[in-house]
Design a protein around this ligand. Structure first.
Ligand SMILES: *[C@@H]1O[C@H](CO)[C@@H](O)[C@H](O)[C@H]1NC(C)=O
Ligand SMILES: *[C@@H]1O[C@H](CO)[C@@H](O)[C@H](O)[C@H]1NC(C)=O
Ligand SMILES: *[C@@H]1O[C@H](CO)[C@@H](O)[C@H](O)[C@H]1NC(C)=O
Ligand SMILES: *[C@@H]1O[C@H](CO)[C@@H](O)[C@H](O)[C@H]1NC(C)=O
Ligand SMILES: *[C@@H]1O[C@H](CO)[C@@H](O)[C@H](O)[C@H]1NC(C)=O
Ligand SMILES: *[C@@H]1O[C@H](CO)[C@@H](O)[C@H](O)[C@H]1NC(C)=O
Length: 276
């Protein structure tokens, strides 16, 4: 008797889940029924789902992926109330590359003046992530540029003396020694007399453990900006069903949904079709 009840309850739950899931799917499908031509702003020509411009019809795109178009020339993304210029949106691998709006080509050495690391994006299911989920191992999309200030001079191939870079200097600049470190940095790489002053992200393609970094290298790294993934929005129909479901990119950059139950997989495929 108890067994029978549990079974019925189980079937009911499953049915309700299917109905709910199909509704989540079809929200996206409805939005797509309403044709939204790609928008354009400056060099970014192909702004389409999930991205939208502030000026687009409300039904287009997803509000979490809203960009503003400044002076009709620059696509701008606001993250943590900071302003970033969009360099490219990649629909092939679900990434966007942005650069802090304070970093300019002609400003030879400008650090953003605040810290931004992978931790800032580590909130559960945030709209942007700093990695791409892969089946075997997540792909990191960026690494850190670290600005350190030290009480004593440091002589290391891994440290670039920031005073040679014409860095914008504050008052206590002369009292301390400043260095920049690029690539992988772990706690043991920070010399005893040093503390981390600022950290920033870059996706500049390069060695994880570079030596003899130059001021120009660092400038290029900051100017290149960093990639973020927006795959989360594509994965939502898959992960909303249950915490046991998640999605990832396979080796051909195709979205795959992994579910505890096989029918989840079909539903995610269905959503994916609607969205493309
Ligand atoms: C624009 O983006 C869509 C995906 O949203 C893609 O199918 C299309 O090929 C892109 N067009 C160009 C010119 O990049
Ligand atoms: C922005 O640029 C587009 C395409 O060049 C043009 O059609 C539009 O009128 C411009 N809008 C403003 C407000 O300048
Ligand atoms: C994503 O695609 C863009 C354009 O093809 C490429 O420049 C970028 O390196 C790719 N990112 C990853 C993580 O594969
Ligand atoms: C990122 O996180 C760090 C440490 O919590 C914080 O100091 C910093 O202000 C955050 N950055 C932004 C842009 O919010
Ligand atoms: C951190 O640095 C130490 C010493 O250089 C090295 O042995 C260790 O493997 C590093 N750890 C990571 C996670 O890179
Ligand atoms: C880095 O610079 C040092 C000193 O100038 C030099 O001896 C070394 O060969 C350089 N290493 C690389 C990988 O360029």
């Amino acid at each position: 008797m108890t067994r029978g009840l549990t079974f019925t309850a189980g079937v009911l739950t499953a049915l309700i889940a299917v109905v709910l899931v199909q509704e989540t799917c079809c929200d996206a499908a409805e939005a797509n029924d309403h044709y939204c031509p790609p928008s354009s702003c400056g060099n970014i020509h192909n702004i389409s789902y999930p991205f939208r411009l502030k000026s687009d019809p409300e039904i287009c795109g997803d509000s979490r992926y809203e960009l503003s178009c400044e002076n009709n020339r620059t696509a701008v993304l606001y993250l943590f109330a900071r302003k970033y210029h969009v360099q490219e949106i990649n629909y092939n691998n679900y990434t966007i590359r942005v650069v802090d709006s304070g970093i300019w080509k002609d400003n030879y050495f400008s650090f953003p003046g605040y810290s931004l690391t992978r931790h800032n994006f580590s909130q559960y299911r945030s709209a942007y992530t700093t990695y791409l989920p892969k089946w075997t191992e997540d792909t990191k999309l960026s690494r850190s540029v670290v600005l350190m200030s030290c009480e004593n001079p440091v002589n290391s191939l891994l440290y670039l003396d920031a005073s040679t870079c014409n860095i914008d200097s504050g008052e206590d600049f002369k009292k301390r020694y400043r260095y920049v470190k690029v690539g992988r940095t772990n706690a043991s790489d920070v010399e005893d007399s040093c503390k981390v002053e600022q950290m920033f992200l870059t996706s500049w393609p390069g060695n994880d453990d570079p030596v003899n970094t130059s001021c120009t290298d660092v400038h290029n790294e900051l100017l290149y900006g960093f990639e973020l993934s927006w795959l989360q929005v594509i994965c939502e129909p898959c992960s909303q069903i249950s915490i046991y479901n998640y999605c990832y990119l396979d080796d051909a950059d195709l979205v795959q949904c992994y579910g505890k139950f096989s029918w989840h997989k079909d539903i995610c495929k269905l959503c994916e079709k609607f969205r493309s």
